[in-house]
Each structure stands twice: as C-alpha cells, then as structure tokens.
Write a protein that binds this ligand. Structure first.
Ligand code: ZN
Length: 295
C-alpha cells in the first residue's frame, strides 16, 4: 500500500488522544486500520504508549510518596495532640494531688487544737454596718465568751458576756441604756473558733477531700504577718467564693473573706482571727457584779 504522508500526519496527531482513550469509536477504527498497515505509525504508537505509561507510573509513585508523607504528618500531629492532652492531664492531676495533701495536712494540724483545754481566740468580723468581735476564753470545763458589737448607730452597740462554769451558764448584756442578766440559762452560743474552720474542711472520706481540692485554688501568701496558704473555695453553682488564709505551721485560720458577685451584698465579709494558747488565767472567769444588772 502506498504511504500516504498526509494520513500518517493526522494519525500521529491523534495518537496521544487515542492512547488516553479520548477518541470516539469511528476514529479508533480509522486509527487501528492505519496502524495495522503502517509500521512507522505503529512504532510511534508503541513508543508513545510505553512513554506515557512510564510517566503514569512516575506520577503514581509521586502520589504514593505524597500520601505517605501526608499520613506521616497526620500521625505526627495526632501524636503531638495526644502528648499535649496527656501533659495537661498529668499537670492537672499533680496540682489536685498537691492540693489534697495540703488540705489533709491542714486538717490534721487543726484537729490537734480541738483537744487543747486552755486557749484564747479572737474573731473580728467586718463588713456591713456592724463590726463584731468575739473573744473566747476556754480553760478546762470553763468558758467565757465576750461578744462586742460596734456600730455607727450607738444604740446597736452591745457587749454580751457569756459564762459557762461546769453546767451553770450565765449571760450578761449591756449597752448605753441598760444592763440585763440571764442567770442559769439552758444553753449558750459556744463559738467554736477552731470549729468554724474545721467544719468547713470536715472531710468524711477521700472523695470529699478530692472534691474540695478540685474546687479550691491554693497559693502561698502572707496575711497579718504570717506565712499562709491562701485557699480560695469556689462554691459549685453559686456566686459565692470563700477565701481562707491558713497559717502554714499551725493550720489555724488567720483570715476568712466571704465574697459574692451578687449586688445586694455589697462588700466582702472579712473575719480576722487571733490566738493565744495555754495562757488563760482563772481570774478571767470571775463574773460581773450581778447587783449592777437587771435579772
Ligand atoms: Zn502511517
């Protein structure tokens, strides 16, 4: 058959599309018929096909390499995220355990004070219009509590003295206008200075301790000249916050601050504590002259 230069040219132009499968059926037939008869075009077809398939392989290899790299990156990213989360969990756990140790140590120290038979404790409460000073003298089975209310309104200034001597309890009230006494009353408000603190940290089990540790922030700060733990207790689901300054060495409360974000409760409530251990003398339990008081 005569070589037709022109149809060879056309066929060679079509070959790339033919190999890619982009040509239609009629064209395919035309090309195939020509390839069967023309060695030159057939050779060109074979070369081109081989070249393209090699390029394809190369492309695939690149794709696979890229995927491998991509997967490696994802894996690395996952690993990093996991490590960051693990680090946070570890740091958080360590901080909670540290708080649990501090609180249970304070609890141990303060519980020793509940066994002391001779102590003086003073709690001064500020906040609002009235300042309240409670002084408690305790020795063996005797107790004297002096409560002083100081207000800008003189009529609200009161001093209350409660004496407990064994079973006998006597109560003396006075302000500028009057002096009253209640002898042998049934009970008295026995302000448990150590108790106020102790009850707050009354821990029945490790779960309770864990709960308090989670809900508290603990830092170290000086308060009233003493090295303290500042323990901020967040009350779950409320607007209240209690800040406790606790002396490191003794576990004794030094200052409590009661905070709220509720507007009607303007200002913080503050209680300052002072102590004197083993120095209470018998003379403090001598009651006032009853003749000066109205029974
Ligand atoms: Zn040809």
């Amino acid at each position: 058959m005569m070589k037709d230069r022109r149809s060879c040219k056309i066929i060679q132009d079509l070959l790339p599309n033919y190999i890619e499968g982009l040509t239609n059926q009629e064209t395919n037939q035309f090309i195939e018929e020509h390839l069967n008869e023309c060695n030159e075009c057939k050779k060109m077809y074979t070369d081109m096909k081989q070249k393209l398939s090699e390029e394809g392989k190369e492309n695939n290899k690149e794709k696979v390499d890229y995927l491998k790299k991509y997967n490696k990156r994802i894996y690395l990213l996952r690993k990093i995220i996991f490590l960051i989360i693990a680090l946070f969990v570890i740091l958080y756990s360590v901080s909670v355990i540290r708080k649990m140790i501090i609180i249970s140590d304070i609890n141990k120290k303060i519980s020793n004070y509940s066994k002391i038979n001779n102590y003086y404790a003073k709690a001064t409460q500020y906040g609002g219009d009235v300042m309240r000073i409670m002084e408690k003298y305790s020795k063996d089975n005797r107790c004297y509590i002096k409560t002083t209310f100081i207000s800008s309104d003189k009529n609200k200034n009161w001093i209350i003295r409660d004496y407990k001597n064994g079973e006998q309890i006597n109560s003396y009230y006075e302000n500028e206008q009057q002096k009253n006494a209640n002898m042998n009353v049934n009970s008295m408000v026995e302000y448990n200075v150590f108790g106020t603190w102790y009850e707050r940290f009354l821990i029945y089990n490790n779960l309770g301790l864990l709960r308090i540790a989670i809900l508290s922030d603990i830092s170290t700060e000086k308060c009233n000249g003493k090295e303290c733990f500042k323990i901020t207790q967040h009350m779950l689901g409320s607007d209240f916050e209690l800040v406790n300054y606790v002396e490191k060495n003794t576990g004794l409360p030094i200052r409590n601050i009661f905070r709220t974000t509720i507007n009607e409760w303007s200002g913080d409530g503050v209680i300052d504590y002072e102590y004197d251990i083993e120095n209470v003398e018998d003379s403090i339990f001598v009651e006032p002259n009853i003749e000066e008081y109205k029974e």
